[in-house]
Design a protein around this ligand. Structure first.
Ligand code: ADP
Ligand code: ZN
Length: 731
């Protein structure tokens, strides 16, 4: 609560800063005092740093040396519930508090007052003379769709000097104007009529609304096949939340691509919500951050980090496509936004809606155990029906060398094109070919800094390491034996598949959807809209297409290699394949025409492939759950992944072995350490990687034991240790 505690001038306060210090620092409250939770600037050595008043000072420091807080920033104090959230999330993920505070202050210029500032937008005039730089400025303004940018943002985004912008202002092509900082967002009206809901949808919406009316914590799994209207249903929960004057947050994966969703919100509530993701300008980020805290916004649609916005009164968090792996932050603070959403909601009496057609096993099990409520939407809205799913047994198909589309699949594609419908060929591999091999000596081209093979990207004319992003031109001679002209691609990526498609269906219009083929999210968004409007006959896509896009003309999905995800030892391989295949298949037949999904597989009898085809999801979850229970792994046991990395291979192994030996703190809670072993990718960016795995019972106090265990040894210089609670991937 605001003003729950106030420190008067001169009183000792403990301040949490964003500096890597691992403890609170004592200061004296400044003139006028400061509130608990206030954002402050404090002196630290010769610098001034950002901090938050975290509590009363500890007084362990020489009182004569304690300096006063420099100033209190003009921002709503961090509320008690938010401080509790950061503390609990930090404890859960073993993340130092300064890093947690950084997550919660990811907006620039927090210290600046309200005031006015100059912004720039497109004017009516045209410049007398067009230069490349001028074109870039005008295009940049276009790209931001009418939004005004500051001089620095505009010049930066266009890659020109500020004088170019000023020149355009002089000519009337760009308008300069004064604008107040940080205006509240336009009002969203929950009373505007929503779409009339079908009976099952209405019931689902009603039960979500009950939780919101109660203004207590609760989590609901909203499980419904793609196209069943989950979005319509949870928008009603958002409406109820807004009616009660509380704020709502909708988390989406791939948020930069979600123009469609924003349009739907606008249609429902009469205005656009606040957006929070990496594509938003820093001016806008600051506005979202401040308005969240001041109550100047009702709804944020955002990426996972939106969870750390300082909402004043958050009543609902929707996690759309809750199974999506992009909710797991994989560097810095390792957190899963889905789990953190539940934590945050439990601290502020909010409801959580986890929406998915294919929930992750953790969520499914929580619903089974009664921890989460569960609502099912079992049919597609209106006339749309779920696609039929069939396997193509690749062992029985006559395949030519270097061809990946079977005759059966080709015939099906042909038929769709004839009927004026669309076909999607799904291959979850970017680039041209995953491996480049020398025909003379058998050498495979690898990354210089990583233990991984380089992927040919013919479109960019380069080899790319998908681990570290390093690129190099395709060599003419084999780097190992020197033979020239003997390097050959092995296996398909989407670019190579596109070649095959062009050869087989020369008349068809082909679109390739792969994240690396588009210069900007905007370009990709446009392509998606064009395809939805019928601008392609065959779509070739990576997992990018599995997510929420609506292609009404799409009636056939062909999965080029359904076995791809089943390889490897990842504990979630089966679950992931199941989810991905169901999601991709769900792209077909979303309008009147019935869809068909064909899965090319060499192992049609594999239990996961059979479960996908059989469509008995509950049976799949039950079997998968039993398997995990037997193995004592999540969600029935707990895991923590520890990755040690260093340029020095011996040092990293020695440190890992020493840690493994000193396992007493872990043994005390019944946990076990496995390893050290080379990580599946044993070298990244020149650093050798070693991993340990800690396995414990579900109820064991794992974090405290891990902290004690890891705290026994100080890592040598240059050795990094990262601990990942509930790891999602093992690499
Ligand atoms: P999901 O989120 O489950 O994939 P959506 O909410 O996106 O489903 O709904 C799928 C399609 O059906 C959308 O185009 C949506 O507008 C439409 N739709 C769903 N429910 C209704 C309804 N009650 N009235 C009109 N259109 C609906
Ligand atoms: Zn690399």
């Amino acid at each position: 609560m605001i003003g729950e505690e106030h420190f008067s001038e001169g009183e000792l306060v403990a301040v949490l800063t964003t500096e890597p210090l691992d403890r609170l620092l004592d200061y004296r409250a400044p003139e006028g005092g400061c509130a608990l939770g206030a954002f402050v600037e404090v002196p630290l050595g010769p610098r001034r740093v950002l901090g938050v008043v975290w509590g009363p000072g500890e007084g362990s420091f020489d009182p004569a040396k304690i300096r006063p807080v420099t100033r209190v920033l003009d921002a709503a104090p961090l509320r008690g519930e938010m401080r509790a959230f950061l503390t609990r999330a930090g404890t859960y993920t073993l993340t130092p508090m300064n890093i947690m505070l950084r997550l919660a202050t990811r907006a620039p210029g927090l210290g600046e007052g309200p005031g006015m500032r100059k912004v720039y937008r497109r004017g009516g005039g045209m410049p007398d003379r067009m230069t490349d730089a001028r074109v870039r400025v005008l295009e940049t303004l276009e790209e931001f769709g009418g939004a005004a940018l500051t001089l620095g943002e505009l010049a930066g985004a266009a890659g020109v000097s500020t004088s170019v912008v000023k020149g355009l202002v002089a000519q009337g092509a760009v308008i300069e104007e004064e604008s107040p900082r940080d205006l509240p967002y336009p009002h969203l009206d929950p009373e505007l009529p929503g779409k009339p809901l079908a009976e099952d949808q209405a019931k689902a919406a009603e039960s979500l609304c009950e939780g919101i009316e109660a203004e207590t914590y609760g989590t609901t799994l909203l499980k419904g096949v793609t196209g069943s209207g989950k979005t319509e249903v949870y928008l009603e929960a958002v409406a109820e939340c807004l009616r009660r004057g509380r704020q709502a947050l909708v988390l989406l994966p791939e948020i930069a691509l979600t123009a469609e969703f924003l349009t739907r919100v606008e249609a429902r509530f009469g205005a656009r919500p606040a957006e929070w993701h990496s594509g938003v300008t820093s001016t806008e980020r600051r506005r979202v951050w401040r308005m969240a805290g001041e109550g100047g916004l009702q709804l944020v649609v955002g990426a996972r980090s939106a969870l750390f916005l300082p909402f004043r009164d958050l009543g609902l968090i929707v996690v759309d496509e809750e199974h999506d792996t992009s909710y797991k932050q994989e560097d810095g603070a390792l957190y899963n936004a889905r789990d953190m959403a539940v934590l945050r909601a439990s601290l502020c009496d909010a409801q959580v809606v986890l929406s998915s057609a294919t929930p992750c096993l953790e969520t499914w099990a929580n619903a089974e155990a009664g921890k989460y409520a569960r609502i099912d939407l079992t049919s597609r809205f209106g006339v749309a029906e779920l696609p039929e799913m069939r396997a193509i047994d690749m062992r029985a198909e006559r395949m030519e060398p270097n061809r990946w589309i079977s005759p059966t699949l080709a015939r099906a594609v042909e038929a769709r094109i004839k009927a004026g419908e669309q076909a999607l060929l799904f291959l979850n591999r970017r680039g041209y070919a995953p491996v480049t091999i020398c025909r003379a000596c058998g050498h495979q081209i690898g990354c210089d800094d990583c233990d991984s093979r380089m992927v040919e990207h013919r479109f960019q004319k380069r080899l790319v390491c998908h681990q570290c992003g390093a690129t190099k031109p395709m060599p003419v001679a084999c780097p190992s034996c020197g033979a020239e002209g003997r390097l050959a691609p092995v296996g398909p990526g989407v670019e190579r598949l596109a070649e095959e498609v062009a050869a087989r269906f020369p008349e068809a219009r082909v679109a390739v959807l792969s994240s690396d083929l588009f210069a900007s999210a905007r370009a990709l968004k446009e392509k998606i809209a064009e395809i939805a409007a019928g601008g392609a006959d065959i779509i070739i896509g990576t997992q990018l297409v599995a997510k929420g896009h609506n292609f009404p003309l799409l009636t056939l999905v062909g999965v080029i290699d359904a076995d791809l995800g089943l390889q490897g030892s990842d504990l979630r391989a089966a679950e992931r394949t199941f989810q991905l295949m169901r999601q991709v298949a769900g792209r077909a037949g979303r309008a009147e025409r019935k869809g068909l999904a064909l899965l090319q597989t060499c192992q049609p009898e594999h239990p996961v492939i059979r479960a996908i085809l059989g469509g008995d999801e509950e049976a799949f979850w039950r079997a998968e759950a039993a398997e995990r229970q037997r193995a004592g792994v999540p969600p029935y046991g707990r895991l923590a992944g520890v990755v040690l990395s260093s340029p020095d291979l011996q040092a990293v192994f020695e440190f890992g072995s020493e840690l493994a030996r000193r396992d007493a703190p872990l043994r005390r809670i019944g946990a076990e350490v496995f390893g050290p072993a080379p990580a599946p990718i044993a070298r990244v960016r020149g650093r050798h990687r070693v991993r340990l795995l800690v396995k414990a019972d579900k109820s064991a106090p794992l974090q405290a034991a891990l902290a004690e265990w890891a705290g026994q040894l100080k890592p040598p210089a240059n050795l990094r240790m990262s601990i990942d609670i509930d790891p999602q991937t093992f690499y």
